[in-house]
Design a protein around this ligand. Structure first.
Ligand SMILES: Cc1cc2nc3c(=O)[nH]c(=O)nc-3n(C[C@H](O)[C@H](O)[C@H](O)COP(=O)(O)OP(=O)(O)OC[C@H]3O[C@@H](n4cnc5c(N)ncnc54)[C@H](O)[C@@H]3O)c2cc1C
Length: 530
Protein backbone atom coordinates (compact mmCIF):
# COMPACT_ATOMS: atom_id res chain seq x y z
CA UNK A 1 0.00 0.00 0.00
CA UNK A 2 1.26 3.44 -0.76
CA UNK A 3 0.17 6.46 1.22
CA UNK A 4 0.67 9.63 -0.73
CA UNK A 5 0.49 13.08 0.71
CA UNK A 6 -2.76 14.88 0.09
CA UNK A 7 -2.45 17.89 -2.19
CA UNK A 8 -3.11 21.38 -0.87
CA UNK A 9 -6.70 22.22 -0.02
CA UNK A 10 -8.63 24.26 -2.55
CA UNK A 11 -10.37 27.36 -1.26
CA UNK A 12 -13.91 26.72 -0.06
CA UNK A 13 -16.70 27.76 -2.41
CA UNK A 14 -18.72 30.73 -1.16
CA UNK A 15 -22.15 29.58 0.08
CA UNK A 16 -24.04 31.68 -2.45
CA UNK A 17 -21.81 31.12 -5.48
CA UNK A 18 -19.92 28.55 -7.52
CA UNK A 19 -16.22 27.87 -7.46
CA UNK A 20 -12.98 29.50 -6.49
CA UNK A 21 -13.62 33.17 -5.65
CA UNK A 22 -10.34 34.01 -7.39
CA UNK A 23 -11.75 32.74 -10.68
CA UNK A 24 -14.99 34.71 -10.52
CA UNK A 25 -14.92 37.43 -13.13
CA UNK A 26 -18.28 39.21 -12.94
CA UNK A 27 -20.04 40.43 -16.05
CA UNK A 28 -17.91 42.78 -18.12
CA UNK A 29 -19.86 45.98 -18.94
CA UNK A 30 -20.08 45.06 -22.62
CA UNK A 31 -21.61 41.67 -21.80
CA UNK A 32 -24.01 43.25 -19.31
CA UNK A 33 -25.18 45.58 -22.09
CA UNK A 34 -25.64 42.63 -24.44
CA UNK A 35 -27.59 40.69 -21.80
CA UNK A 36 -29.70 43.81 -21.31
CA UNK A 37 -30.80 43.64 -24.95
CA UNK A 38 -32.52 40.32 -24.19
CA UNK A 39 -33.43 40.37 -20.50
CA UNK A 40 -34.50 43.13 -18.11
CA UNK A 41 -31.29 43.42 -16.06
CA UNK A 42 -31.20 44.79 -12.53
CA UNK A 43 -28.73 44.29 -9.71
CA UNK A 44 -29.89 41.36 -7.58
CA UNK A 45 -27.31 40.86 -4.84
CA UNK A 46 -27.45 38.05 -2.32
CA UNK A 47 -28.84 39.02 1.09
CA UNK A 48 -26.06 39.50 3.60
CA UNK A 49 -28.20 38.92 6.71
CA UNK A 50 -28.88 35.18 6.56
CA UNK A 51 -29.48 33.65 9.96
CA UNK A 52 -28.77 30.01 10.53
CA UNK A 53 -31.07 27.96 12.78
CA UNK A 54 -29.53 26.99 16.11
CA UNK A 55 -28.11 23.43 16.05
CA UNK A 56 -30.56 20.83 17.36
CA UNK A 57 -27.93 18.34 18.51
CA UNK A 58 -27.22 18.38 22.21
CA UNK A 59 -23.82 19.24 23.65
CA UNK A 60 -23.67 15.62 24.79
CA UNK A 61 -23.85 14.39 21.18
CA UNK A 62 -21.28 16.90 20.02
CA UNK A 63 -18.99 15.61 22.76
CA UNK A 64 -19.82 12.02 21.80
CA UNK A 65 -18.87 12.65 18.18
CA UNK A 66 -15.67 14.39 19.30
CA UNK A 67 -14.83 11.22 21.13
CA UNK A 68 -15.08 9.38 17.80
CA UNK A 69 -13.09 11.62 15.43
CA UNK A 70 -11.28 14.07 17.70
CA UNK A 71 -12.14 17.58 18.91
CA UNK A 72 -10.90 19.38 15.82
CA UNK A 73 -13.05 17.41 13.44
CA UNK A 74 -16.49 18.08 14.86
CA UNK A 75 -17.48 21.60 13.88
CA UNK A 76 -20.59 23.51 14.92
CA UNK A 77 -19.32 26.81 13.54
CA UNK A 78 -22.11 28.69 11.69
CA UNK A 79 -19.96 29.53 8.68
CA UNK A 80 -18.99 25.91 7.97
CA UNK A 81 -22.56 24.73 8.58
CA UNK A 82 -23.69 27.33 6.04
CA UNK A 83 -21.16 26.06 3.50
CA UNK A 84 -22.36 22.51 4.02
CA UNK A 85 -26.00 23.50 3.40
CA UNK A 86 -27.37 21.99 0.15
CA UNK A 87 -25.45 21.84 -3.13
CA UNK A 88 -25.00 24.09 -6.14
CA UNK A 89 -28.14 23.86 -8.24
CA UNK A 90 -29.74 27.19 -9.09
CA UNK A 91 -32.53 26.59 -6.52
CA UNK A 92 -29.80 25.85 -3.93
CA UNK A 93 -28.06 29.11 -4.79
CA UNK A 94 -31.32 31.08 -4.84
CA UNK A 95 -32.23 29.78 -1.38
CA UNK A 96 -28.78 30.68 -0.05
CA UNK A 97 -28.98 34.09 -1.73
CA UNK A 98 -32.35 34.77 -0.09
CA UNK A 99 -30.93 33.85 3.32
CA UNK A 100 -32.88 30.58 3.65
CA UNK A 101 -30.69 28.24 5.68
CA UNK A 102 -33.49 25.99 6.92
CA UNK A 103 -31.68 22.88 5.61
CA UNK A 104 -28.43 23.60 7.47
CA UNK A 105 -26.85 20.56 9.15
CA UNK A 106 -26.52 20.74 12.91
CA UNK A 107 -22.91 19.68 12.92
CA UNK A 108 -20.11 18.97 10.46
CA UNK A 109 -18.08 15.84 11.21
CA UNK A 110 -14.83 15.15 9.36
CA UNK A 111 -13.65 11.55 9.63
CA UNK A 112 -10.08 10.79 8.59
CA UNK A 113 -10.38 7.12 7.70
CA UNK A 114 -12.72 4.28 6.81
CA UNK A 115 -12.68 3.13 10.44
CA UNK A 116 -13.72 6.58 11.64
CA UNK A 117 -16.58 6.60 9.11
CA UNK A 118 -17.70 3.24 10.51
CA UNK A 119 -17.53 4.61 14.05
CA UNK A 120 -19.49 7.77 13.15
CA UNK A 121 -22.19 5.68 11.48
CA UNK A 122 -22.43 3.48 14.58
CA UNK A 123 -22.81 6.56 16.80
CA UNK A 124 -25.39 8.12 14.47
CA UNK A 125 -27.37 4.90 14.26
CA UNK A 126 -27.40 4.46 18.00
CA UNK A 127 -28.50 8.05 18.60
CA UNK A 128 -30.78 8.43 15.58
CA UNK A 129 -28.91 11.22 13.82
CA UNK A 130 -29.28 11.67 10.05
CA UNK A 131 -25.98 11.42 8.13
CA UNK A 132 -25.44 13.32 4.87
CA UNK A 133 -22.19 12.31 3.13
CA UNK A 134 -20.57 15.44 1.70
CA UNK A 135 -17.90 15.11 -1.01
CA UNK A 136 -17.43 18.21 -3.11
CA UNK A 137 -20.83 19.73 -2.43
CA UNK A 138 -21.59 20.18 -6.13
CA UNK A 139 -24.85 18.20 -6.11
CA UNK A 140 -27.51 19.73 -8.34
CA UNK A 141 -30.55 17.57 -7.60
CA UNK A 142 -31.00 18.03 -3.85
CA UNK A 143 -28.78 15.10 -2.85
CA UNK A 144 -27.43 17.01 0.16
CA UNK A 145 -30.82 17.89 1.61
CA UNK A 146 -31.87 15.24 4.10
CA UNK A 147 -35.30 15.06 5.71
CA UNK A 148 -34.63 14.51 9.43
CA UNK A 149 -38.27 13.81 10.34
CA UNK A 150 -38.27 11.33 13.22
CA UNK A 151 -34.52 11.75 13.81
CA UNK A 152 -32.73 13.92 16.33
CA UNK A 153 -30.61 16.04 14.01
CA UNK A 154 -28.51 16.15 10.85
CA UNK A 155 -24.81 15.49 10.62
CA UNK A 156 -22.90 16.54 7.51
CA UNK A 157 -20.25 13.84 7.02
CA UNK A 158 -17.53 15.86 5.32
CA UNK A 159 -15.11 13.47 3.58
CA UNK A 160 -12.57 16.20 2.83
CA UNK A 161 -9.88 14.70 5.08
CA UNK A 162 -9.89 11.44 3.13
CA UNK A 163 -7.85 12.62 0.19
CA UNK A 164 -5.13 10.11 -0.52
CA UNK A 165 -4.08 7.92 -3.37
CA UNK A 166 -3.94 4.66 -1.44
CA UNK A 167 -2.49 2.32 -4.05
CA UNK A 168 -1.48 2.17 -7.68
CA UNK A 169 -1.13 -1.04 -9.68
CA UNK A 170 0.59 -0.04 -12.92
CA UNK A 171 0.48 -3.60 -14.23
CA UNK A 172 -3.30 -3.84 -13.97
CA UNK A 173 -3.78 -0.08 -14.53
CA UNK A 174 -5.81 0.44 -11.38
CA UNK A 175 -5.62 2.96 -8.56
CA UNK A 176 -7.31 3.09 -5.18
CA UNK A 177 -8.51 6.57 -4.31
CA UNK A 178 -10.07 7.98 -1.17
CA UNK A 179 -13.49 9.57 -1.64
CA UNK A 180 -12.70 13.13 -0.61
CA UNK A 181 -10.15 13.74 -3.38
CA UNK A 182 -11.43 16.47 -5.68
CA UNK A 183 -11.10 15.97 -9.43
CA UNK A 184 -7.92 18.07 -9.91
CA UNK A 185 -6.28 16.56 -6.81
CA UNK A 186 -6.90 13.01 -8.01
CA UNK A 187 -5.56 13.81 -11.46
CA UNK A 188 -2.49 15.54 -9.98
CA UNK A 189 -1.66 12.52 -7.79
CA UNK A 190 -2.03 10.14 -10.74
CA UNK A 191 -0.06 12.43 -13.05
CA UNK A 192 2.97 12.03 -10.76
CA UNK A 193 2.98 8.44 -12.06
CA UNK A 194 2.27 9.37 -15.68
CA UNK A 195 -1.34 8.18 -15.31
CA UNK A 196 -4.76 9.74 -15.38
CA UNK A 197 -8.39 8.99 -14.77
CA UNK A 198 -9.89 11.14 -17.55
CA UNK A 199 -13.08 12.22 -15.79
CA UNK A 200 -13.80 15.89 -16.48
CA UNK A 201 -17.34 16.96 -15.60
CA UNK A 202 -17.99 20.68 -15.69
CA UNK A 203 -17.87 20.55 -11.87
CA UNK A 204 -14.37 18.99 -12.06
CA UNK A 205 -12.72 21.73 -9.96
CA UNK A 206 -14.70 20.82 -6.83
CA UNK A 207 -16.51 17.49 -7.23
CA UNK A 208 -15.01 14.49 -5.46
CA UNK A 209 -14.16 10.90 -6.29
CA UNK A 210 -16.77 9.59 -3.84
CA UNK A 211 -19.35 11.97 -5.25
CA UNK A 212 -18.63 10.86 -8.82
CA UNK A 213 -19.27 7.26 -7.80
CA UNK A 214 -22.29 8.07 -5.63
CA UNK A 215 -23.99 9.97 -8.47
CA UNK A 216 -22.79 7.99 -11.53
CA UNK A 217 -21.34 11.12 -13.01
CA UNK A 218 -20.40 11.55 -16.65
CA UNK A 219 -17.61 13.85 -17.84
CA UNK A 220 -16.87 15.84 -20.96
CA UNK A 221 -14.59 13.10 -22.34
CA UNK A 222 -17.15 10.35 -21.86
CA UNK A 223 -17.03 9.40 -25.56
CA UNK A 224 -13.40 8.37 -25.19
CA UNK A 225 -12.96 7.49 -21.53
CA UNK A 226 -16.48 6.46 -20.52
CA UNK A 227 -18.76 7.51 -17.69
CA UNK A 228 -17.38 7.43 -14.16
CA UNK A 229 -19.29 4.26 -13.29
CA UNK A 230 -17.56 2.53 -16.20
CA UNK A 231 -14.19 3.50 -14.69
CA UNK A 232 -14.95 1.93 -11.31
CA UNK A 233 -13.37 -1.44 -10.72
CA UNK A 234 -14.06 -1.77 -7.02
CA UNK A 235 -15.63 -0.07 -4.02
CA UNK A 236 -15.31 -0.15 -0.26
CA UNK A 237 -18.47 1.00 1.45
CA UNK A 238 -19.25 1.60 5.12
CA UNK A 239 -22.90 1.03 5.93
CA UNK A 240 -24.64 1.15 9.31
CA UNK A 241 -25.05 -2.63 8.98
CA UNK A 242 -21.37 -3.28 8.26
CA UNK A 243 -18.72 -3.03 5.58
CA UNK A 244 -18.97 -4.23 2.01
CA UNK A 245 -16.04 -4.62 -0.42
CA UNK A 246 -16.77 -5.16 -4.09
CA UNK A 247 -14.70 -5.72 -7.20
CA UNK A 248 -12.62 -8.88 -6.85
CA UNK A 249 -11.74 -9.11 -10.55
CA UNK A 250 -12.07 -7.05 -13.73
CA UNK A 251 -15.23 -8.97 -14.54
CA UNK A 252 -17.07 -11.87 -13.02
CA UNK A 253 -20.23 -13.91 -13.25
CA UNK A 254 -20.68 -14.02 -9.50
CA UNK A 255 -24.37 -13.18 -9.57
CA UNK A 256 -25.69 -9.64 -10.02
CA UNK A 257 -22.95 -7.03 -9.90
CA UNK A 258 -23.39 -5.42 -6.50
CA UNK A 259 -21.09 -2.57 -7.46
CA UNK A 260 -24.01 -1.27 -9.46
CA UNK A 261 -26.09 -1.14 -6.30
CA UNK A 262 -23.71 1.29 -4.64
CA UNK A 263 -22.76 3.28 -7.73
CA UNK A 264 -25.44 5.96 -7.89
CA UNK A 265 -26.70 5.23 -4.38
CA UNK A 266 -26.23 8.90 -3.37
CA UNK A 267 -25.28 8.22 0.20
CA UNK A 268 -28.55 6.40 0.89
CA UNK A 269 -27.00 2.90 1.12
CA UNK A 270 -23.62 3.66 2.63
CA UNK A 271 -20.56 5.85 2.59
CA UNK A 272 -18.09 5.05 -0.18
CA UNK A 273 -14.69 5.13 1.53
CA UNK A 274 -12.46 3.78 -1.25
CA UNK A 275 -12.87 3.69 -5.00
CA UNK A 276 -10.68 1.48 -7.18
CA UNK A 277 -10.59 2.96 -10.66
CA UNK A 278 -8.97 1.92 -13.87
CA UNK A 279 -6.36 4.44 -14.95
CA UNK A 280 -4.65 5.08 -18.27
CA UNK A 281 -1.44 6.77 -19.43
CA UNK A 282 -1.53 10.54 -19.72
CA UNK A 283 -2.23 11.49 -23.34
CA UNK A 284 0.79 12.74 -25.28
CA UNK A 285 -1.35 14.67 -27.71
CA UNK A 286 -4.62 16.63 -27.32
CA UNK A 287 -6.29 18.04 -30.39
CA UNK A 288 -9.66 19.78 -30.45
CA UNK A 289 -11.49 21.15 -33.47
CA UNK A 290 -14.85 22.44 -34.68
CA UNK A 291 -17.29 21.15 -37.27
CA UNK A 292 -20.36 22.84 -38.68
CA UNK A 293 -23.66 21.08 -39.35
CA UNK A 294 -26.66 22.38 -41.25
CA UNK A 295 -28.97 21.45 -38.38
CA UNK A 296 -29.05 19.83 -34.93
CA UNK A 297 -30.68 16.77 -36.49
CA UNK A 298 -27.91 16.41 -39.08
CA UNK A 299 -25.19 16.71 -36.45
CA UNK A 300 -26.96 14.27 -34.11
CA UNK A 301 -27.32 11.76 -36.92
CA UNK A 302 -23.58 12.06 -37.51
CA UNK A 303 -22.89 11.40 -33.82
CA UNK A 304 -25.08 8.32 -34.01
CA UNK A 305 -23.21 7.11 -37.08
CA UNK A 306 -19.86 7.47 -35.31
CA UNK A 307 -21.12 5.77 -32.14
CA UNK A 308 -22.58 2.91 -34.12
CA UNK A 309 -19.38 2.38 -36.12
CA UNK A 310 -17.06 2.32 -33.10
CA UNK A 311 -15.53 5.56 -34.29
CA UNK A 312 -15.99 7.89 -31.34
CA UNK A 313 -13.26 10.45 -30.61
CA UNK A 314 -12.38 11.37 -27.02
CA UNK A 315 -14.70 14.39 -26.88
CA UNK A 316 -17.74 14.98 -29.02
CA UNK A 317 -20.40 17.58 -28.34
CA UNK A 318 -23.00 19.21 -30.51
CA UNK A 319 -24.87 22.43 -29.74
CA UNK A 320 -28.32 23.01 -31.17
CA UNK A 321 -29.01 26.11 -33.23
CA UNK A 322 -29.87 28.27 -30.19
CA UNK A 323 -26.85 27.22 -28.14
CA UNK A 324 -24.58 27.68 -31.15
CA UNK A 325 -25.89 31.19 -31.70
CA UNK A 326 -25.47 32.16 -28.02
CA UNK A 327 -22.05 30.60 -27.58
CA UNK A 328 -20.47 32.15 -30.62
CA UNK A 329 -19.84 35.85 -30.52
CA UNK A 330 -20.30 35.89 -34.28
CA UNK A 331 -22.59 33.09 -35.44
CA UNK A 332 -21.75 33.86 -39.06
CA UNK A 333 -18.19 32.87 -38.31
CA UNK A 334 -19.10 29.21 -38.56
CA UNK A 335 -20.10 29.70 -42.16
CA UNK A 336 -23.89 29.93 -42.27
CA UNK A 337 -25.46 32.28 -44.78
CA UNK A 338 -28.18 33.79 -42.61
CA UNK A 339 -28.17 30.76 -40.31
CA UNK A 340 -25.52 29.80 -37.82
CA UNK A 341 -26.05 26.08 -38.25
CA UNK A 342 -24.80 23.96 -35.39
CA UNK A 343 -21.35 23.71 -33.87
CA UNK A 344 -19.81 20.37 -33.04
CA UNK A 345 -16.62 20.10 -30.98
CA UNK A 346 -14.51 17.04 -31.63
CA UNK A 347 -11.46 16.21 -29.51
CA UNK A 348 -8.77 13.55 -29.78
CA UNK A 349 -6.39 12.50 -27.01
CA UNK A 350 -3.79 9.75 -26.87
CA UNK A 351 -0.52 8.82 -28.51
CA UNK A 352 0.37 10.67 -31.73
CA UNK A 353 -0.22 7.52 -33.79
CA UNK A 354 -3.57 6.69 -32.20
CA UNK A 355 -4.78 10.29 -32.52
CA UNK A 356 -3.70 10.50 -36.16
CA UNK A 357 -5.43 7.23 -37.05
CA UNK A 358 -8.67 8.06 -35.21
CA UNK A 359 -8.70 11.58 -36.55
CA UNK A 360 -8.29 10.43 -40.15
CA UNK A 361 -11.13 7.93 -39.83
CA UNK A 362 -13.49 10.35 -38.02
CA UNK A 363 -12.70 13.18 -40.45
CA UNK A 364 -13.53 10.97 -43.41
CA UNK A 365 -16.79 9.85 -41.80
CA UNK A 366 -17.90 13.36 -40.78
CA UNK A 367 -17.06 14.77 -44.21
CA UNK A 368 -19.01 12.01 -45.88
CA UNK A 369 -21.98 12.78 -43.59
CA UNK A 370 -22.04 16.46 -44.58
CA UNK A 371 -20.03 18.12 -41.84
CA UNK A 372 -17.84 21.13 -42.61
CA UNK A 373 -14.49 21.30 -40.79
CA UNK A 374 -13.86 24.62 -39.01
CA UNK A 375 -10.29 24.02 -37.88
CA UNK A 376 -8.85 24.06 -34.35
CA UNK A 377 -10.01 27.49 -33.11
CA UNK A 378 -13.57 26.54 -32.02
CA UNK A 379 -12.11 23.47 -30.29
CA UNK A 380 -9.43 25.44 -28.48
CA UNK A 381 -11.95 28.06 -27.48
CA UNK A 382 -14.21 25.36 -26.02
CA UNK A 383 -11.25 23.80 -24.17
CA UNK A 384 -10.27 27.19 -22.69
CA UNK A 385 -13.77 27.97 -21.44
CA UNK A 386 -14.94 24.47 -20.51
CA UNK A 387 -15.19 25.14 -16.79
CA UNK A 388 -16.33 28.77 -16.99
CA UNK A 389 -20.12 28.46 -17.37
CA UNK A 390 -20.93 28.04 -13.65
CA UNK A 391 -19.15 31.33 -12.88
CA UNK A 392 -21.22 33.03 -15.59
CA UNK A 393 -24.39 31.64 -14.00
CA UNK A 394 -23.58 33.55 -10.80
CA UNK A 395 -22.96 36.75 -12.75
CA UNK A 396 -26.30 36.35 -14.51
CA UNK A 397 -28.14 35.67 -11.25
CA UNK A 398 -26.51 38.89 -9.97
CA UNK A 399 -28.31 40.88 -12.69
CA UNK A 400 -31.69 39.18 -12.40
CA UNK A 401 -31.37 36.50 -15.07
CA UNK A 402 -32.52 33.02 -14.04
CA UNK A 403 -30.19 30.33 -15.43
CA UNK A 404 -30.39 26.61 -14.81
CA UNK A 405 -29.60 23.35 -16.58
CA UNK A 406 -31.20 19.92 -16.70
CA UNK A 407 -30.45 16.71 -18.53
CA UNK A 408 -31.98 13.44 -19.64
CA UNK A 409 -31.22 10.54 -22.01
CA UNK A 410 -33.04 8.42 -24.50
CA UNK A 411 -32.64 6.12 -27.47
CA UNK A 412 -31.76 7.63 -30.83
CA UNK A 413 -35.20 6.92 -32.27
CA UNK A 414 -36.81 9.03 -29.51
CA UNK A 415 -34.30 11.89 -29.56
CA UNK A 416 -36.30 14.40 -31.51
CA UNK A 417 -39.52 13.69 -29.61
CA UNK A 418 -37.75 14.24 -26.29
CA UNK A 419 -36.00 17.39 -27.48
CA UNK A 420 -39.22 18.94 -28.74
CA UNK A 421 -41.26 18.08 -25.63
CA UNK A 422 -38.73 19.35 -23.09
CA UNK A 423 -38.06 22.58 -24.97
CA UNK A 424 -41.78 23.26 -25.29
CA UNK A 425 -42.46 22.48 -21.63
CA UNK A 426 -39.76 24.89 -20.43
CA UNK A 427 -40.68 27.68 -22.84
CA UNK A 428 -44.37 27.41 -22.02
CA UNK A 429 -43.84 27.39 -18.28
CA UNK A 430 -41.40 30.30 -18.17
CA UNK A 431 -43.13 32.35 -20.85
CA UNK A 432 -41.95 35.25 -22.93
CA UNK A 433 -38.26 36.02 -23.11
CA UNK A 434 -37.16 32.47 -22.27
CA UNK A 435 -34.21 30.91 -24.03
CA UNK A 436 -33.86 27.14 -24.08
CA UNK A 437 -30.52 25.87 -25.37
CA UNK A 438 -29.54 22.24 -25.83
CA UNK A 439 -26.48 20.14 -26.51
CA UNK A 440 -25.53 16.51 -26.82
CA UNK A 441 -22.24 15.56 -25.19
CA UNK A 442 -22.67 11.93 -24.11
CA UNK A 443 -23.41 9.39 -26.82
CA UNK A 444 -23.78 5.63 -27.05
CA UNK A 445 -24.43 3.25 -29.92
CA UNK A 446 -28.09 3.15 -28.86
CA UNK A 447 -28.78 6.72 -27.80
CA UNK A 448 -27.62 9.96 -26.22
CA UNK A 449 -28.11 12.43 -23.42
CA UNK A 450 -29.79 15.80 -24.06
CA UNK A 451 -28.55 18.66 -21.85
CA UNK A 452 -30.69 21.80 -21.65
CA UNK A 453 -29.68 25.25 -20.46
CA UNK A 454 -32.48 27.68 -19.67
CA UNK A 455 -32.24 31.45 -19.32
CA UNK A 456 -35.25 33.60 -18.43
CA UNK A 457 -36.04 36.83 -16.64
CA UNK A 458 -35.80 36.03 -12.93
CA UNK A 459 -38.77 38.19 -11.90
CA UNK A 460 -39.39 38.99 -8.24
CA UNK A 461 -39.38 35.35 -7.13
CA UNK A 462 -37.10 33.29 -9.40
CA UNK A 463 -37.55 30.14 -7.34
CA UNK A 464 -41.32 30.32 -7.75
CA UNK A 465 -40.78 30.69 -11.50
CA UNK A 466 -38.24 27.87 -11.79
CA UNK A 467 -39.83 25.09 -9.72
CA UNK A 468 -42.96 24.70 -11.92
CA UNK A 469 -40.76 24.90 -15.04
CA UNK A 470 -38.54 22.12 -13.72
CA UNK A 471 -41.64 20.04 -12.87
CA UNK A 472 -43.01 20.61 -16.38
CA UNK A 473 -39.69 19.49 -17.89
CA UNK A 474 -39.62 16.38 -15.68
CA UNK A 475 -43.19 15.53 -16.69
CA UNK A 476 -42.25 15.98 -20.35
CA UNK A 477 -39.29 13.63 -19.84
CA UNK A 478 -41.52 11.02 -18.21
CA UNK A 479 -44.15 11.42 -20.95
CA UNK A 480 -41.44 10.92 -23.58
CA UNK A 481 -40.35 7.69 -21.88
CA UNK A 482 -36.82 9.01 -21.28
CA UNK A 483 -34.48 8.80 -18.27
CA UNK A 484 -35.24 11.32 -15.54
CA UNK A 485 -31.49 11.86 -15.27
CA UNK A 486 -28.47 10.78 -17.30
CA UNK A 487 -25.75 12.01 -14.94
CA UNK A 488 -27.02 14.52 -12.37
CA UNK A 489 -28.58 11.77 -10.22
CA UNK A 490 -31.92 11.57 -8.44
CA UNK A 491 -31.43 13.40 -5.15
CA UNK A 492 -34.65 14.82 -3.75
CA UNK A 493 -35.60 16.74 -6.90
CA UNK A 494 -36.05 13.73 -9.20
CA UNK A 495 -37.28 11.32 -6.55
CA UNK A 496 -40.99 11.88 -7.35
CA UNK A 497 -40.32 10.74 -10.94
CA UNK A 498 -38.17 7.67 -10.26
CA UNK A 499 -40.97 5.15 -9.84
CA UNK A 500 -42.32 6.06 -13.28
CA UNK A 501 -38.96 4.95 -14.66
CA UNK A 502 -38.16 1.83 -12.61
CA UNK A 503 -41.68 0.68 -11.69
CA UNK A 504 -43.23 0.03 -8.27
CA UNK A 505 -41.40 -3.27 -7.88
CA UNK A 506 -38.11 -1.57 -8.76
CA UNK A 507 -38.83 1.05 -6.08
CA UNK A 508 -39.58 -1.74 -3.56
CA UNK A 509 -36.25 -3.41 -4.38
CA UNK A 510 -34.48 -0.15 -3.52
CA UNK A 511 -36.46 0.14 -0.27
CA UNK A 512 -35.58 -3.47 0.63
CA UNK A 513 -31.87 -2.81 0.11
CA UNK A 514 -32.16 0.32 2.21
CA UNK A 515 -33.82 -1.62 5.04
CA UNK A 516 -30.96 -4.14 4.96
CA UNK A 517 -27.98 -1.80 4.92
CA UNK A 518 -29.52 1.08 6.88
CA UNK A 519 -32.23 -0.35 9.12
CA UNK A 520 -32.60 2.84 11.19
CA UNK A 521 -32.91 4.99 8.05
CA UNK A 522 -30.21 7.46 9.06
CA UNK A 523 -28.40 7.71 5.72
CA UNK A 524 -29.54 10.64 3.59
CA UNK A 525 -33.22 10.22 4.46
CA UNK A 526 -35.46 11.57 1.71
CA UNK A 527 -32.80 11.22 -0.99
CA UNK A 528 -33.14 8.80 -3.93
CA UNK A 529 -35.43 6.10 -2.48
CA UNK A 530 -39.04 6.61 -3.66
C1 LIG B 1 -21.69 23.76 -12.21
C2 LIG B 1 -21.91 22.29 -12.16
C3 LIG B 1 -21.54 21.50 -13.23
C4 LIG B 1 -21.76 20.12 -13.19
N1 LIG B 1 -21.35 19.37 -14.24
C5 LIG B 1 -21.52 18.02 -14.20
C6 LIG B 1 -21.07 17.21 -15.27
O1 LIG B 1 -20.50 17.69 -16.26
N2 LIG B 1 -21.26 15.86 -15.17
C7 LIG B 1 -21.84 15.31 -14.07
O2 LIG B 1 -21.96 14.09 -14.02
N3 LIG B 1 -22.29 16.06 -13.05
C8 LIG B 1 -22.13 17.40 -13.08
N4 LIG B 1 -22.56 18.17 -12.03
C9 LIG B 1 -23.21 17.52 -10.87
C10 LIG B 1 -22.22 17.13 -9.75
O3 LIG B 1 -21.00 17.79 -9.91
C11 LIG B 1 -22.00 15.62 -9.77
O4 LIG B 1 -23.19 15.00 -9.35
C12 LIG B 1 -20.85 15.17 -8.88
O5 LIG B 1 -20.60 13.81 -9.15
C13 LIG B 1 -21.10 15.35 -7.41
O6 LIG B 1 -19.88 15.13 -6.74
P1 LIG B 1 -19.60 15.80 -5.32
O7 LIG B 1 -18.33 15.27 -4.82
O8 LIG B 1 -19.71 17.26 -5.41
O9 LIG B 1 -20.80 15.20 -4.48
P2 LIG B 1 -21.68 15.90 -3.38
O10 LIG B 1 -22.40 17.05 -3.97
O11 LIG B 1 -20.91 16.15 -2.18
O12 LIG B 1 -22.72 14.73 -3.12
C14 LIG B 1 -23.57 14.25 -4.12
C15 LIG B 1 -24.39 13.08 -3.57
O13 LIG B 1 -23.55 11.97 -3.31
C16 LIG B 1 -23.50 11.68 -1.92
N5 LIG B 1 -22.10 11.39 -1.63
C17 LIG B 1 -21.03 12.20 -1.80
N6 LIG B 1 -19.90 11.55 -1.47
C18 LIG B 1 -20.27 10.31 -1.09
C19 LIG B 1 -19.56 9.17 -0.63
N7 LIG B 1 -18.23 9.15 -0.50
N8 LIG B 1 -20.27 8.06 -0.32
C20 LIG B 1 -21.60 8.03 -0.44
N9 LIG B 1 -22.31 9.09 -0.87
C21 LIG B 1 -21.66 10.20 -1.19
C22 LIG B 1 -24.04 12.90 -1.24
O14 LIG B 1 -24.62 12.61 0.01
C23 LIG B 1 -25.05 13.41 -2.24
O15 LIG B 1 -26.25 12.70 -2.17
C24 LIG B 1 -22.37 19.55 -12.05
C25 LIG B 1 -22.70 20.35 -10.96
C26 LIG B 1 -22.48 21.71 -11.01
C27 LIG B 1 -22.84 22.55 -9.83
Amino acid sequence: MMSERPTALQPEMPPTRWGDPAHATGLPDGVRDLVGLVFPVRDTPARADATIPAPRLSAEHVAGLRGVVGDDHVVTDDELRRRRTRGKSTPDLLRQRSGDLSDAPDVVVRPGSHDEVVAVLAYAQQHRIAVVPFGGGTAVTGGLVADPTGLDGVLSLDLGRMRRLLALDPVSSTAVLEPGLRGPEAEALLAEHGMMLGHFPQSFEYASIGGFAATRSSGQSSAGYGRFDAMVVGLRVATPAGEIRLGSAPANASGPDLRELFLGSEGAFGVITEVTVRVRPLPEVKEYEGWRWESFAAGADAMRALAQSDLLPTVIRLSDESETAINLADPESIGGAGSAGCLMIVGYEGTPAAVAAKRAAVTAALTELGGVPLGPEPGLSWARGRFAAPYLRDSLLDVGVLVETLETATFWSNRDNLYTRVKAALAESLGEGTMVLCHISHVYPTGCSLYFTVAAPAGDDPLARWLPAKAAACEAIVAAGAAITHHHAVGTDHRPYLTAEIGELGAEVLRAVKRTVDPAGILNPGVLIP
